[in-house]
Design a protein around this ligand. Structure first.
Ligand code: AMP
Ligand code: MG
Length: 409
C-alpha cells in the first residue's frame, strides 16, 4: 500500500464513513446537558422571539414619535412580567423597563437618559424619538416555525441559551457511540504497578486516548492491554467488534516482528489504508471489522496523540452524526528558533505559541521532535504544521500553527 498524503487519507476516511455509516439511534437530552451532543432533528421555534412587542430600554413608552421638547403625562408603568393593561390616550405616556411589553397604541420608547421629569410631574423628551425607536417587535428575531438549528449540529453553549429561550426542556440527540480503547504490547505496565523488568514501560497511550475521548459524545470502554500474540489480538478484537461502534488501538501497527494488529484486522474485516506521509505517525490504520470502525494508532505516544488530532477527531464527529465538523484553527506564527526538517512528509511538530504585544504570534519549538518525546508534547500548546515540501526553517520564518484546543480560552 502506497504512502498517502494527509489530506488524501482524511478524505478517504470521511468518504468511506459517509458511504457506509448508519446514523446512531436518537434519544433526548436535557437542554442544560446537551452541549457537545449532536442534534438528531431540526429544531423549529415553537414561539415568536420576542413573543410580544417589548422595550429595548428603560425609559418611557410614547403614543407617537416625539420631538425634542414634547411633553407627556405619565399614567402608569409597564415592567418586565407586569404589563400596563389600560389604553393610552394622546399626550400620555407610560414608564417602561427593558423587556416589558410595550402597551397597545404605543409607537416609540424614549430611553430615560433622553428624557426628564419636570417640576409639574410631566415627562419632557430631550431628544427626537422616531417611530419604532427602542421597540423590539414580536417575532423580529425569530418567527414561530423558523428552523433555528439543523440536524447534525454539535450543540454549543450558545445553542443551549437559544433552546432554553424557546422554552424547550429536552432535545433529540444521537445516542453516545460506544468506543473501545485497547493497548497492545508485552512491555506495557499498568499505572501503580512496579516496572517488573528492564524495558517495561507504563501505558501512556490508553489513558491519553480515553482522556481525549472525554471531548466527544461517546461512552468510552477500557479494554486494557493485550499481549503481542496474534491469537490473543484476534480474540480481543473480535469480541470488541461485537458490541462497540468504534475500536481504537495503540501500538502494533508497524512492520516489527510483533506488530499483529493489521493481520488481525484483516482476518476480521478490512483495512482501508495504513500508511500516511506524516511525522510523527506514519503507520495509521483505518479499517472496519463487521459494522465496527477501526482506528489503529501507532505505539509511540506522540504519534498517537497527533494521529488522533489529524484523523480520528473528524471521523468521530462524523460517526456521531455531526454535519458541521469542526475545522482546526490555524494561523501564522514567527519561529523563535530554527527548525530541522527534510522534504517528504508533513510534520506536526510541537511548539509553545505566544501572542505578542503587536498582536502577532511567535512559535518556540519544543526541543527534540522524536515521536516518543512526551515531555515536549506536554509543554507544547500547539502544533506547527510543516508541509511535506518544507525543509529546515530559520528564526523569524513564518510557520502555520494549530493550537491545542485545551490550551486556549
Ligand atoms: P509499536 O507501535 O507497538 O511498535 O510501539 C512503538 C513504540 O511505542 C515502542 O517503543 C513501544 O514501547 C511504545 N508504546 C507502544 N504502546 C505504548 C503505550 N500504550 N504507551 C506508551 N508507549 C507505548
Ligand atoms: Mg508494540
Amino acid at each position: 500500500m502506497a504512502l498517502m498524503s494527509v489530506a488524501d487519507l482524511q478524505q478517504l476516511i470521511s468518504t468511506r464513513i459517509g458511504e457506509k455509516m448508519t446514523l446512531p439511534e436518537t434519544e433526548t437530552a436535557a437542554v442544560a446537558q446537551a452541549a457537545g451532543r449532536v442534534l438528531a432533528a431540526d429544531i423549529l421555534s415553537p414561539i415568536h422571539v420576542p413573543e410580544a412587542d417589548v422595550s429595548a430600554m428603560d425609559g418611557y413608552a410614547l403614543p407617537c414619535a416625539a420631538s425634542c421638547g414634547d411633553t407627556f403625562e405619565i399614567v402608569g408603568e409597564s415592567a418586565a412580567g407586569q404589563p400596563f393593561s389600560d389604553g393610552l390616550a394622546a399626550g400620555q405616556c407610560v414608564r417602561i423597563m427593558t423587556g416589558a411589553v410595550v402597551p397597545g397604541g404605543c409607537a416609540a420608547v424614549v430611553m430615560q437618559e433622553n428624557a426628564a421629569l419636570g417640576a409639574d410631574g410631566r415627562l419632557r423628551v430631550l431628544q427626537d424619538t422616531p417611530a419604532a425607536c427602542n421597540i423590539r417587535f414580536a417575532g423580529e428575531e425569530i418567527r414561530s416555525g423558523m428552523t433555528v438549528l439543523h440536524k447534525g449540529r454539535i450543540l454549543r453553549h450558545a445553542d443551549v441559551m437559544l433552546l432554553a429561550a424557546l422554552g424547550l426542556g429536552r432535545v433529540p440527540v444521537y445516542r453516545r457511540l460506544r468506543v473501545a480503547v485497547l493497548s497492545t504490547g508485552n512491555e506495557l505496565t499498568e499505572a501503580g504497578e512496579p516496572l517488573a523488568a528492564p524495558g517495561r514501560i507504563y501505558d501512556s497511550n490508553r489513558p491519553m486516548l480515553m482522556s481525549r475521548l472525554r471531548d466527544f459524545p461517546v461512552e468510552t470502554v477500557d479494554l486494557k492491554c493485550v499481549r503481542d500474540n496474534l491469537d490473543d489480538v484476534i480474540r480481543v478484537l473480535d469480541e470488541a467488534a461485537q458490541n462497540h461502534d468504534v475500536v481504537m488501538t495503540s501500538g502494533g501497527v508497524s512492520v516489527g516482528d510483533y506488530d499483529y494488529m493489521r493481520e488481525a484486522v484483516l482476518r476480521l474485516g478490512a483495512i482501508h489504508h495504513y500508511k500516511v506521509a506524516m511525522k510523527p505517525g506514519k503507520p495509521f490504520v483505518f479499517g472496519q471489522m463487521f459494522r465496527t470502525w477501526y482506528f489503529g494508532l501507532p505505539g509511540n505516544p506522540v504519534s498517537g496523540f497527533a494521529g488522533f488530532d489529524v484523523f480520528v477527531k473528524a471521523a468521530l464527529w462524523q460517526l456521531c452524526g455531526a454535519c458541521d465538523i469542526p475545522q482546526p484553527l490555524r494561523f501564522q506564527a514567527a519561529l523563535t528558533a530554527p527548525v530541522a526538517k527534510s522534504a517528504g512528509r508533513l510534520e506536526m511538530q510541537r511548539a509553545v505559541i505566544a501572542r505578542q504585544a503587536d498582536g502577532s504570534w511567535t512559535a518556540a519549538p519544543c526541543g527534540a521532535q522524536d515521536s516518543h518525546r512526551i515531555l515536549g508534547a506536554s509543554r507544547a500548546n500547539a502544533y506547527m504544521i510543516l508541509p511535506p515540501q518544507a525543509v529546515s526553517l530559520n528564526i523569524g520564518d513564518q510557520v502555520e500553527v494549530q493550537p491545542f484546543g485545551s490550551s486556549f480560552l
